[in-house]
Design a protein around this ligand. Structure first.
Ligand SMILES: *Cc1c(COP(=O)(O)O)cnc(C)c1O
Ligand SMILES: [Zn+2]
Length: 429
Protein backbone atom coordinates (compact mmCIF):
# COMPACT_ATOMS: atom_id res chain seq x y z
CA UNK A 1 0.00 0.00 0.00
CA UNK A 2 1.33 3.49 -0.78
CA UNK A 3 1.49 6.05 2.05
CA UNK A 4 -1.66 8.08 2.60
CA UNK A 5 -3.29 10.64 4.88
CA UNK A 6 -5.81 9.40 7.47
CA UNK A 7 -8.18 11.37 9.65
CA UNK A 8 -7.57 10.39 13.27
CA UNK A 9 -11.26 10.89 14.13
CA UNK A 10 -13.33 9.45 11.26
CA UNK A 11 -10.67 7.40 9.39
CA UNK A 12 -11.36 9.21 6.09
CA UNK A 13 -8.37 8.77 3.75
CA UNK A 14 -6.73 11.22 1.37
CA UNK A 15 -3.93 10.82 -1.18
CA UNK A 16 -0.58 12.02 0.03
CA UNK A 17 -0.35 14.65 -2.73
CA UNK A 18 -3.32 16.60 -1.37
CA UNK A 19 -2.50 19.97 0.23
CA UNK A 20 -4.70 19.53 3.27
CA UNK A 21 -4.17 19.97 7.02
CA UNK A 22 -7.48 18.79 8.46
CA UNK A 23 -10.15 16.28 7.50
CA UNK A 24 -12.65 17.71 5.02
CA UNK A 25 -15.39 15.51 6.43
CA UNK A 26 -15.03 16.19 10.18
CA UNK A 27 -12.20 18.69 10.72
CA UNK A 28 -10.05 16.09 12.53
CA UNK A 29 -6.25 16.05 12.49
CA UNK A 30 -4.49 13.99 9.82
CA UNK A 31 -1.86 11.29 10.14
CA UNK A 32 0.59 10.26 7.44
CA UNK A 33 0.44 6.47 7.32
CA UNK A 34 2.96 4.16 5.78
CA UNK A 35 2.55 0.44 5.24
CA UNK A 36 4.82 -0.75 8.02
CA UNK A 37 3.49 -4.31 8.03
CA UNK A 38 4.54 -4.86 4.40
CA UNK A 39 8.08 -3.66 5.12
CA UNK A 40 8.49 -5.37 8.45
CA UNK A 41 11.25 -7.72 7.24
CA UNK A 42 13.56 -4.81 6.28
CA UNK A 43 12.82 -2.71 9.36
CA UNK A 44 15.33 -4.39 11.63
CA UNK A 45 17.75 -2.99 14.16
CA UNK A 46 20.56 -4.32 11.94
CA UNK A 47 19.36 -2.27 8.97
CA UNK A 48 19.35 0.95 10.97
CA UNK A 49 22.50 0.17 12.92
CA UNK A 50 24.44 -0.51 9.70
CA UNK A 51 23.75 3.09 8.58
CA UNK A 52 25.27 4.71 11.67
CA UNK A 53 28.17 6.95 10.73
CA UNK A 54 27.11 7.06 7.06
CA UNK A 55 28.94 9.73 5.10
CA UNK A 56 26.47 10.04 2.25
CA UNK A 57 22.93 11.30 1.94
CA UNK A 58 20.33 10.39 2.90
CA UNK A 59 21.53 8.08 5.68
CA UNK A 60 23.94 10.65 7.12
CA UNK A 61 20.85 12.37 8.54
CA UNK A 62 19.44 11.16 11.86
CA UNK A 63 15.97 11.51 10.35
CA UNK A 64 16.53 9.89 6.95
CA UNK A 65 18.52 7.02 8.46
CA UNK A 66 15.02 5.78 9.26
CA UNK A 67 13.65 6.58 5.81
CA UNK A 68 11.44 3.47 5.61
CA UNK A 69 9.61 4.63 8.74
CA UNK A 70 9.63 8.35 7.87
CA UNK A 71 8.77 8.66 4.17
CA UNK A 72 9.50 5.42 2.31
CA UNK A 73 8.64 5.87 -1.34
CA UNK A 74 10.29 9.16 -2.29
CA UNK A 75 13.24 9.84 -4.53
CA UNK A 76 16.30 10.67 -2.42
CA UNK A 77 16.97 13.66 -4.70
CA UNK A 78 13.83 15.40 -3.47
CA UNK A 79 15.04 15.41 0.15
CA UNK A 80 15.91 18.82 1.66
CA UNK A 81 18.29 18.00 4.50
CA UNK A 82 20.85 19.63 6.74
CA UNK A 83 22.06 16.30 8.12
CA UNK A 84 19.82 16.98 11.08
CA UNK A 85 19.50 14.64 14.05
CA UNK A 86 22.46 12.53 15.16
CA UNK A 87 22.17 14.34 18.49
CA UNK A 88 23.90 13.12 21.63
CA UNK A 89 22.32 11.12 24.40
CA UNK A 90 23.96 12.12 27.68
CA UNK A 91 23.87 10.09 30.85
CA UNK A 92 24.11 12.68 33.61
CA UNK A 93 24.40 11.46 37.21
CA UNK A 94 24.34 14.94 38.77
CA UNK A 95 21.17 15.88 36.94
CA UNK A 96 19.73 12.46 37.80
CA UNK A 97 20.43 13.16 41.49
CA UNK A 98 18.64 16.50 41.19
CA UNK A 99 15.62 14.78 39.61
CA UNK A 100 15.73 12.02 42.22
CA UNK A 101 16.31 9.00 39.96
CA UNK A 102 19.23 6.60 39.58
CA UNK A 103 19.39 6.71 35.79
CA UNK A 104 18.65 9.75 33.67
CA UNK A 105 19.49 10.19 30.01
CA UNK A 106 19.03 13.51 28.26
CA UNK A 107 18.74 13.58 24.50
CA UNK A 108 19.95 16.96 23.36
CA UNK A 109 17.87 18.07 20.44
CA UNK A 110 19.42 21.52 20.77
CA UNK A 111 22.36 19.97 18.91
CA UNK A 112 20.40 20.06 15.65
CA UNK A 113 21.66 22.41 12.89
CA UNK A 114 19.49 25.40 13.87
CA UNK A 115 19.54 24.54 17.58
CA UNK A 116 16.21 22.82 18.17
CA UNK A 117 14.34 19.61 17.37
CA UNK A 118 12.25 21.56 14.85
CA UNK A 119 14.87 20.70 12.20
CA UNK A 120 13.75 17.08 12.26
CA UNK A 121 10.23 18.11 11.33
CA UNK A 122 11.37 20.74 8.89
CA UNK A 123 13.43 18.37 6.75
CA UNK A 124 10.31 16.28 6.11
CA UNK A 125 7.96 19.29 5.89
CA UNK A 126 10.10 21.20 3.38
CA UNK A 127 10.77 17.99 1.44
CA UNK A 128 7.01 17.56 1.09
CA UNK A 129 6.72 21.22 0.02
CA UNK A 130 9.27 20.52 -2.72
CA UNK A 131 7.46 17.34 -3.82
CA UNK A 132 4.24 19.38 -4.04
CA UNK A 133 6.00 22.07 -6.10
CA UNK A 134 5.46 24.81 -3.50
CA UNK A 135 7.35 28.09 -3.81
CA UNK A 136 6.30 29.66 -0.52
CA UNK A 137 6.10 28.17 2.96
CA UNK A 138 4.80 29.81 6.16
CA UNK A 139 4.49 29.28 9.88
CA UNK A 140 3.45 31.03 13.07
CA UNK A 141 6.14 30.63 15.66
CA UNK A 142 7.32 31.35 19.16
CA UNK A 143 10.77 31.33 17.51
CA UNK A 144 12.31 27.92 16.87
CA UNK A 145 9.91 26.79 14.16
CA UNK A 146 10.58 29.99 12.27
CA UNK A 147 14.36 29.70 12.67
CA UNK A 148 14.26 26.18 11.34
CA UNK A 149 11.79 26.85 8.53
CA UNK A 150 13.78 29.88 7.38
CA UNK A 151 16.90 27.74 7.13
CA UNK A 152 15.32 24.87 5.23
CA UNK A 153 13.35 27.19 2.94
CA UNK A 154 16.59 28.95 2.05
CA UNK A 155 18.24 25.59 1.32
CA UNK A 156 15.35 24.65 -0.96
CA UNK A 157 15.21 28.05 -2.70
CA UNK A 158 11.72 28.79 -1.36
CA UNK A 159 10.38 31.94 0.25
CA UNK A 160 9.87 31.44 3.98
CA UNK A 161 7.21 33.61 5.64
CA UNK A 162 7.08 33.80 9.42
CA UNK A 163 4.40 35.20 11.73
CA UNK A 164 6.01 36.31 14.99
CA UNK A 165 4.47 37.83 18.07
CA UNK A 166 5.71 41.31 18.89
CA UNK A 167 6.83 40.43 22.42
CA UNK A 168 9.02 37.87 24.12
CA UNK A 169 10.78 36.31 21.16
CA UNK A 170 14.09 34.92 22.30
CA UNK A 171 16.86 36.86 20.56
CA UNK A 172 18.73 33.89 19.11
CA UNK A 173 15.61 32.66 17.35
CA UNK A 174 14.65 36.05 15.96
CA UNK A 175 18.18 36.58 14.63
CA UNK A 176 18.08 33.27 12.76
CA UNK A 177 14.80 33.99 10.99
CA UNK A 178 16.05 37.35 9.81
CA UNK A 179 19.51 36.10 8.86
CA UNK A 180 18.22 33.14 6.85
CA UNK A 181 16.28 35.57 4.69
CA UNK A 182 12.69 34.78 5.61
CA UNK A 183 9.96 37.38 5.25
CA UNK A 184 9.38 38.23 8.92
CA UNK A 185 6.04 39.67 10.00
CA UNK A 186 5.92 40.88 13.56
CA UNK A 187 2.25 40.92 14.47
CA UNK A 188 0.55 42.46 17.46
CA UNK A 189 -0.97 39.15 18.59
CA UNK A 190 0.03 36.15 20.68
CA UNK A 191 1.08 32.79 19.25
CA UNK A 192 -2.41 31.31 19.30
CA UNK A 193 -3.87 34.21 17.30
CA UNK A 194 -0.92 34.13 14.87
CA UNK A 195 -1.61 30.43 14.36
CA UNK A 196 -5.18 31.25 13.28
CA UNK A 197 -3.97 34.04 11.04
CA UNK A 198 -1.30 32.01 9.27
CA UNK A 199 -3.81 29.24 8.52
CA UNK A 200 -6.22 31.70 6.92
CA UNK A 201 -3.55 33.57 4.97
CA UNK A 202 -1.86 30.39 3.73
CA UNK A 203 -5.13 29.02 2.44
CA UNK A 204 -6.03 32.26 0.70
CA UNK A 205 -2.64 32.67 -0.99
CA UNK A 206 -1.79 29.03 -1.67
CA UNK A 207 1.22 29.07 0.68
CA UNK A 208 2.30 25.75 2.20
CA UNK A 209 1.74 25.74 5.96
CA UNK A 210 4.58 24.30 8.04
CA UNK A 211 3.30 24.44 11.59
CA UNK A 212 3.08 21.10 13.34
CA UNK A 213 -0.55 20.76 12.28
CA UNK A 214 1.14 19.70 9.04
CA UNK A 215 1.42 15.92 9.54
CA UNK A 216 4.68 15.67 7.59
CA UNK A 217 6.41 17.65 10.34
CA UNK A 218 5.55 14.98 12.86
CA UNK A 219 6.90 12.22 10.61
CA UNK A 220 10.35 13.75 10.95
CA UNK A 221 10.00 14.43 14.67
CA UNK A 222 9.20 10.76 15.34
CA UNK A 223 12.84 10.07 14.60
CA UNK A 224 13.82 11.53 18.00
CA UNK A 225 12.37 8.35 19.47
CA UNK A 226 13.90 6.09 16.81
CA UNK A 227 17.34 7.55 17.39
CA UNK A 228 17.07 7.62 21.19
CA UNK A 229 16.02 3.98 21.30
CA UNK A 230 18.80 3.07 18.90
CA UNK A 231 21.26 4.83 21.22
CA UNK A 232 19.86 2.74 24.09
CA UNK A 233 20.53 -0.40 22.00
CA UNK A 234 16.77 -0.71 21.42
CA UNK A 235 16.07 -1.19 25.14
CA UNK A 236 12.98 0.69 26.22
CA UNK A 237 13.34 3.14 29.13
CA UNK A 238 10.51 3.34 31.64
CA UNK A 239 9.76 6.99 30.96
CA UNK A 240 10.08 9.52 28.17
CA UNK A 241 9.75 13.08 29.52
CA UNK A 242 9.13 15.94 27.10
CA UNK A 243 7.98 19.57 27.29
CA UNK A 244 4.58 20.25 25.73
CA UNK A 245 3.57 23.41 23.87
CA UNK A 246 1.71 22.85 20.62
CA UNK A 247 2.07 19.13 21.43
CA UNK A 248 3.55 18.19 18.06
CA UNK A 249 6.51 16.50 19.63
CA UNK A 250 4.53 14.50 22.18
CA UNK A 251 2.17 13.44 19.40
CA UNK A 252 5.04 12.41 17.16
CA UNK A 253 6.64 10.44 20.01
CA UNK A 254 3.45 8.46 20.57
CA UNK A 255 3.17 7.60 16.89
CA UNK A 256 6.83 6.75 16.51
CA UNK A 257 6.88 4.53 19.57
CA UNK A 258 3.82 2.63 18.40
CA UNK A 259 5.38 2.15 14.96
CA UNK A 260 8.59 0.83 16.49
CA UNK A 261 6.55 -1.67 18.45
CA UNK A 262 4.67 -2.66 15.28
CA UNK A 263 7.94 -3.07 13.39
CA UNK A 264 9.32 -5.24 16.18
CA UNK A 265 12.20 -2.85 16.96
CA UNK A 266 11.13 -2.65 20.62
CA UNK A 267 9.10 -5.08 22.69
CA UNK A 268 7.27 -2.69 25.00
CA UNK A 269 6.31 0.98 25.16
CA UNK A 270 7.74 3.48 27.64
CA UNK A 271 5.34 5.79 29.47
CA UNK A 272 5.16 9.35 28.17
CA UNK A 273 5.25 12.28 30.60
CA UNK A 274 4.33 15.61 29.01
CA UNK A 275 5.41 18.65 31.01
CA UNK A 276 3.81 22.08 30.70
CA UNK A 277 4.54 25.42 32.32
CA UNK A 278 2.03 26.41 34.99
CA UNK A 279 1.15 29.53 33.02
CA UNK A 280 0.60 27.62 29.78
CA UNK A 281 -1.01 24.41 30.99
CA UNK A 282 -4.15 23.65 28.96
CA UNK A 283 -3.27 19.97 28.51
CA UNK A 284 -2.41 19.60 32.19
CA UNK A 285 -5.82 21.00 33.17
CA UNK A 286 -7.58 18.85 30.61
CA UNK A 287 -5.77 15.72 31.82
CA UNK A 288 -6.39 16.53 35.50
CA UNK A 289 -10.10 16.99 34.88
CA UNK A 290 -10.33 13.54 33.27
CA UNK A 291 -10.54 15.00 29.75
CA UNK A 292 -13.79 16.87 30.31
CA UNK A 293 -14.49 20.05 28.38
CA UNK A 294 -11.25 21.43 26.89
CA UNK A 295 -10.50 25.05 27.79
CA UNK A 296 -7.72 27.02 26.09
CA UNK A 297 -5.74 29.33 28.39
CA UNK A 298 -4.07 32.71 27.98
CA UNK A 299 -0.44 31.64 28.08
CA UNK A 300 2.28 33.29 30.19
CA UNK A 301 5.68 31.78 31.01
CA UNK A 302 9.38 32.55 30.77
CA UNK A 303 9.69 29.36 28.69
CA UNK A 304 8.65 31.15 25.51
CA UNK A 305 8.87 28.03 23.30
CA UNK A 306 5.91 26.53 25.13
CA UNK A 307 3.96 29.73 25.71
CA UNK A 308 0.93 28.31 23.92
CA UNK A 309 -2.62 28.31 25.24
CA UNK A 310 -4.50 26.41 22.52
CA UNK A 311 -2.31 23.56 21.22
CA UNK A 312 -3.15 22.46 17.68
CA UNK A 313 -2.15 18.82 18.22
CA UNK A 314 -4.28 18.31 21.32
CA UNK A 315 -6.17 15.25 20.04
CA UNK A 316 -3.01 13.50 18.87
CA UNK A 317 -1.35 14.14 22.23
CA UNK A 318 -4.32 12.66 24.07
CA UNK A 319 -4.01 9.59 21.84
CA UNK A 320 -0.29 9.34 22.65
CA UNK A 321 -1.10 9.52 26.38
CA UNK A 322 -3.64 6.72 25.97
CA UNK A 323 -1.24 4.52 24.02
CA UNK A 324 1.55 4.90 26.54
CA UNK A 325 -0.39 5.19 29.83
CA UNK A 326 1.09 8.65 29.89
CA UNK A 327 0.79 11.48 32.40
CA UNK A 328 0.84 15.27 32.26
CA UNK A 329 2.58 17.47 34.85
CA UNK A 330 3.00 21.21 35.28
CA UNK A 331 6.00 23.12 36.63
CA UNK A 332 6.48 26.74 37.69
CA UNK A 333 8.86 29.19 36.01
CA UNK A 334 10.96 29.01 39.18
CA UNK A 335 11.23 25.23 38.89
CA UNK A 336 12.01 25.51 35.18
CA UNK A 337 14.82 28.01 35.68
CA UNK A 338 16.32 26.17 38.68
CA UNK A 339 16.33 22.91 36.69
CA UNK A 340 17.90 24.75 33.77
CA UNK A 341 20.66 26.03 36.04
CA UNK A 342 21.43 22.42 36.99
CA UNK A 343 21.49 21.25 33.35
CA UNK A 344 23.61 24.28 32.42
CA UNK A 345 25.85 23.74 35.43
CA UNK A 346 27.01 20.30 34.29
CA UNK A 347 28.25 21.91 31.08
CA UNK A 348 25.42 20.81 28.80
CA UNK A 349 22.91 23.65 28.85
CA UNK A 350 19.53 24.23 27.23
CA UNK A 351 16.90 26.90 26.69
CA UNK A 352 14.24 27.43 29.37
CA UNK A 353 11.44 25.28 27.86
CA UNK A 354 13.77 22.29 27.60
CA UNK A 355 14.37 22.30 31.33
CA UNK A 356 10.74 21.25 31.82
CA UNK A 357 11.91 17.71 31.17
CA UNK A 358 14.12 17.69 34.26
CA UNK A 359 11.87 19.90 36.42
CA UNK A 360 8.91 17.71 35.48
CA UNK A 361 10.74 14.45 36.15
CA UNK A 362 11.72 15.80 39.58
CA UNK A 363 8.13 16.70 40.39
CA UNK A 364 6.83 13.32 39.21
CA UNK A 365 9.41 11.60 41.44
CA UNK A 366 8.29 13.74 44.39
CA UNK A 367 4.71 12.73 43.68
CA UNK A 368 5.71 9.05 43.58
CA UNK A 369 4.66 8.58 39.95
CA UNK A 370 8.19 8.09 38.65
CA UNK A 371 10.12 5.69 40.92
CA UNK A 372 13.74 6.21 41.87
CA UNK A 373 14.74 2.99 40.11
CA UNK A 374 12.96 3.85 36.84
CA UNK A 375 15.06 4.63 33.78
CA UNK A 376 14.13 8.10 32.57
CA UNK A 377 14.89 9.63 29.19
CA UNK A 378 14.29 13.37 28.99
CA UNK A 379 14.38 15.43 25.84
CA UNK A 380 16.22 18.75 25.79
CA UNK A 381 14.40 20.52 23.00
CA UNK A 382 16.52 23.63 22.39
CA UNK A 383 20.04 25.04 22.63
CA UNK A 384 21.28 27.24 25.48
CA UNK A 385 22.16 30.10 23.10
CA UNK A 386 18.60 30.48 21.88
CA UNK A 387 17.59 32.63 24.83
CA UNK A 388 20.69 34.22 26.38
CA UNK A 389 18.66 36.92 28.12
CA UNK A 390 16.76 34.44 30.28
CA UNK A 391 20.02 32.84 31.39
CA UNK A 392 21.81 36.10 32.18
CA UNK A 393 18.80 37.59 33.97
CA UNK A 394 18.47 34.45 36.12
CA UNK A 395 22.08 34.51 37.28
CA UNK A 396 21.94 38.28 37.88
CA UNK A 397 18.74 37.83 39.91
CA UNK A 398 16.92 40.12 37.51
CA UNK A 399 13.86 37.99 36.89
CA UNK A 400 10.79 39.45 38.58
CA UNK A 401 8.99 36.98 40.87
CA UNK A 402 11.88 34.51 40.79
CA UNK A 403 14.67 33.94 43.27
CA UNK A 404 17.47 31.93 41.71
CA UNK A 405 18.43 28.83 43.69
CA UNK A 406 21.88 28.55 42.15
CA UNK A 407 22.93 31.90 40.72
CA UNK A 408 26.45 32.25 39.32
CA UNK A 409 26.94 35.95 40.03
CA UNK A 410 29.38 37.91 37.93
CA UNK A 411 32.10 39.70 39.90
CA UNK A 412 33.16 43.25 39.12
CA UNK A 413 36.88 43.65 39.74
CA UNK A 414 39.14 46.66 39.24
CA UNK A 415 42.22 46.68 37.03
CA UNK A 416 44.28 45.78 40.08
CA UNK A 417 46.59 42.76 40.36
CA UNK A 418 46.26 42.42 44.13
CA UNK A 419 42.50 42.65 44.07
CA UNK A 420 42.22 39.95 41.39
CA UNK A 421 44.55 37.66 43.33
CA UNK A 422 42.66 38.30 46.53
CA UNK A 423 39.28 37.62 44.90
CA UNK A 424 40.56 34.35 43.43
CA UNK A 425 42.03 33.33 46.77
CA UNK A 426 38.69 33.50 48.56
CA UNK A 427 37.25 30.17 49.54
CA UNK A 428 34.44 29.16 47.25
CA UNK A 429 31.13 29.73 49.02
C1 LIG B 1 8.72 23.86 19.83
C2 LIG B 1 9.40 23.69 21.11
C3 LIG B 1 8.79 23.06 22.20
C4 LIG B 1 7.37 22.60 22.17
O1 LIG B 1 7.16 21.52 21.31
P1 LIG B 1 5.69 21.18 20.82
O2 LIG B 1 5.88 20.17 19.76
O3 LIG B 1 5.10 22.47 20.27
O4 LIG B 1 4.93 20.70 22.00
C5 LIG B 1 9.53 22.88 23.35
N1 LIG B 1 10.80 23.32 23.44
C6 LIG B 1 11.40 23.95 22.42
C7 LIG B 1 12.80 24.43 22.61
C8 LIG B 1 10.74 24.15 21.23
O5 LIG B 1 11.36 24.79 20.24
ZN1 LIG C 1 -12.46 13.04 9.70
Amino acid sequence: MPSSLHCIDCAQQYPIQRVIYACEACGGLLDVRHDIGARRSSLTADTFDSRLGALDAPYNSGVWRFKELVYPDIDDNSIVSRMEGNTNLYELPRVAAFAGVDTLFLKHEGENPTGSFKDRGMTTGVTQARILGMERVACASTGNTSASMASYAARAGMQGIIFLQNQQIALGKLAQGIAFGATCLQINADFDRNMELVRLVSEKLGIYLLNSINPFRLEGQKSIMFEALQQLRWRTPDWIVVPGGNLGNSSAFGKGLLEMLEAGLIDRLPRLAIIQAEGANPLYRHFSSGFGQFEPVKAETIASAIKIGNPVNLQKAIRALEWTSGVVEEVSDQQIMDAKAVIDGVGIGCEPASACSVAGARKLVERGIIKRGDTVLGVLTGHILKDPEATIDYHADQLPALSPESANKMRQVDDDFDEIVSVLSERAP
